[in-house]
Design a protein around this ligand. Structure first.
Ligand code: PEP
Ligand code: MN
Length: 360
């Protein structure tokens, strides 16, 4: 994975002056649907038409895709509109069929990236082709598994690669269908700055009203592209209805999004500053979220202290925490003075919380 230019060349070959846009329905439903959406997207910034043919569903009984039949519809859409095409492949047989139907870009789904055996099978099936493969993050927040999948393709001599950030599943429900965990793709981007990184806001959001903000954050973080689920009648889509947007909305979004161009040196500085600031915002959000979690646990401790009539302040425990955190701080290059200040403040907030519970 050393040859940096090589990793970007498939994307640079498009010669776009804006991030790559991949759009289209979650699932190919009928030939008419695929063709109608393709024609609507032709007049937007879209370069690649997406449509799922084989749909991995978490629970059985939902629409599982039209199968190989849909590949012909994508081929026809490409002939009629000039859009490139992409679909998800989840085994070697899917790869063979997609190659036979001249699908331009293949993507590996989040439920496939978690399985090294299947990733290897797909990589082997593609050996020696110059297909572009986009690898979605695994469903669980594991950077190594994501990188491992990229390496399996690279080692199988599939060099036209990119990654898609589609969020990570959590047991607890959040406002997202899949938690973005921006830090993970940021870490990946820092490791391989030239590996094209594409946002799939649709599967992160699970609902259409927050798609725009997710896309803007991605552009502020210098992502290379967007993959947005798009349908002319989103509410009646056969899968993922709540998160799809219309081609008209996509078109408006690409006008409203602030895209950071990299032309002058001053712009380059501003871009860099902006990217780093967005990274700081991501980390700050995480810090507040974690502090909130910590206080919730302190509240629970408050409840059991009240039930058992135990004093709030436990000096021995507090000194242990402080000692451990000062040591941890040292490992992360944080001074003792800073750790003391921060932890005294956190501890005071915990005490205030518990006081409220015990006196309340
Ligand atoms: C999809 O893109 O429709 C899809 C199934 O994605 P994921 O693998 O991210 O769930
Ligand atoms: Mn979908």
């Amino acid at each position: 994975m050393e040859n940096k230019k090589e990793l970007r060349s498939w994307l640079d070959a498009f010669g776009l002056d804006h991030p790559l846009v991949i759009a289209g329905p979650c699932s190919a439903e009928t030939e008419e649907q695929v063709l109608k959406i393709a024609h609507q997207l032709k007049d937007t910034d879209t370069t690649v038409l997406r449509a799922g043919i084989w749909k991995p569903r978490t629970r059985p009984g939902n629409f599982e895709g039209v199968g190989a039949l849909g590949l012909k519809w994508l081929q026809k859409a490409k002939e009629e509109t000039g859009l490139l095409t992409t679909t998800e492949v989840a085994n070697a047989n899917h790869v063979d069929l997609a190659l036979q139907h001249d699908i331009d870009i293949l993507w590996v789904g989040a439920r496939t990236t978690v399985s090294p055996f299947i990733v290897q099978e797909i990589a082997d099936a593609l050996k020696g082709t110059d297909k572009t493969v986009l690898i979605k993050n695994p469903v669980n927040p594991d950077l190594a598994l994501w990188l491992g999948a990229v390496e399996r393709f690279y080692t199988a001599d599939v060099k036209n690669l990119g990654v898609i950030h589609r969020g990570f599943s959590t047991y607890e429900k959040t406002k997202y269908r899949n938690n973005p965990e921006w830090q993970i793709p940021i870490d990946l981007k820092n490791k391989f700055p030239d590996l094209p990184l594409i946002l799939d806001p649709s599967h992160i959001a699970g609902r259409r009203d927050i798609i725009f903000d997710l896309c803007q954050t991605a552009l502020d973080l210098n992502y290379d592209g967007l993959m947005v689920e798009t349908h002319y009648d989103p509410d009646n889509a056969w899968s993922d209805a709540a998160q799809q947007i219309t081609p008209a909305r996509l078109d408006q979004m690409t006008v409203d999004l602030r895209i950071r161009k990299k032309d002058t040196e001053a712009m380059e500085f501003k871009n860099m500053l902006n990217t780093l600031r967005t990274q700081i915002d991501v980390v700050d959000d995480k810090i507040v979220e974690l502090m909130g979690k910590r206080m919730k646990i302190a509240d629970e401790i408050g409840v059991i202290k009240k039930e058992n009539n135990v004093a709030i302040l436990q000096n021995k425990r507090w000194n242990e925490i402080l000692g451990r955190m000062i040591q941890d701080g040292e490992l992360h290059n944080l001074s003792e003075e800073f750790m003391l200040k921060i932890y005294k403040a956190i501890h005071q907030e915990s005490i205030n919380h518990q006081k409220k519970i015990i006196n309340g």
